[in-house]
Design a protein. Sequence first.
Length: 349
Amino acid sequence: MSWNFARPLSAAVLLTVSIVGCGGGKESAPAGPILLKGAGATAPNLVYSKWSDAYKATDAAVQLEYAATGSGDGLKQLEAGTVDFAASDMPLDDAQLAKFKVRPLHFPTLITAIVPVYNLPGVTKLQFTPEVLAGIFSGKIKTWNDPALAKLNPGVSLPSAKIVVVHRGDSSGSTFTFTSYLSKVSEEWKKNVGQGAVVKFPAGGEVIGNEAMAEMVKKTPNAIGYVESNYAIAQQLSTGSVRNAAGKFQSATLESLGAALEVAQEMEKDFRGLLINAPGENAYPICTLTWLIVPGEFADNAKGKAMKRFLRWVYGDGQKIAMPMDYGILQPPLLNRVQDQIEAIRVAP
């Protein structure tokens, strides 16, 4: 039976931040408030909120507004010129980049994990293979005690209840990452469903945003969904470990995200690489970089300088703030190359 969980995104998060010259910035702060507007990804918003609070104490020359409306919406607004930057869990491809009047630059800020979350009373640990995840979200595995699940989880008392699938209905970087993973590990999924920010899921009902996904799974017995790991932690949801490319079952931890980052360390100028199903025994397989996508040129001198100051702070104190949370942070040499790219942003005199 088909049903729908869609609801308006709970008030788009509005972050008003006072920003001024931060670590490494040499430019003098201009007089008067400078407004920088951004929109996009919900997955990293928990740390972006902490960044805003911390940055407020640093400077009062710039007002930063960020609305967590989803990756797809943020990218649309950036292309339309209604925001100064976008946040996205999916990179723009070459065809999308060509649509912009000013070519944007990708600044990876963090590594995030998309985790399967479920609501089964009394069951706190489950293992999933790629094939089982594809089977559940395609609607082919219909009950929790299906032999494929039972075989993976010996000794776990699985109910005969029907699996209630929950998926995102908005243009979502989390969906892009999750379906990119399923497309890579399952030829059947790739052929019949595919990957994208929005796909037609064969089973289940939809919600809007990571927060709504976590809330819906938490209140729905026998439900399963996918969500950025920090939202699972915030809602105290059970998360599954997933078999990686090396055949090992891994949960999303700082260590397993760091292991996945190894595949990105060779990026030198183009930071759009994906971390899906990374090799290595310790890598969690459903990881992604998350990006701030910023115009490569600012006609407004004050805005351009403010954006560069903020980015310098992101890769210094901002990374330190993210470290205690369950986001992975950038490491050298990738971190150094991304910092160098800040100086590639052109600012009109």
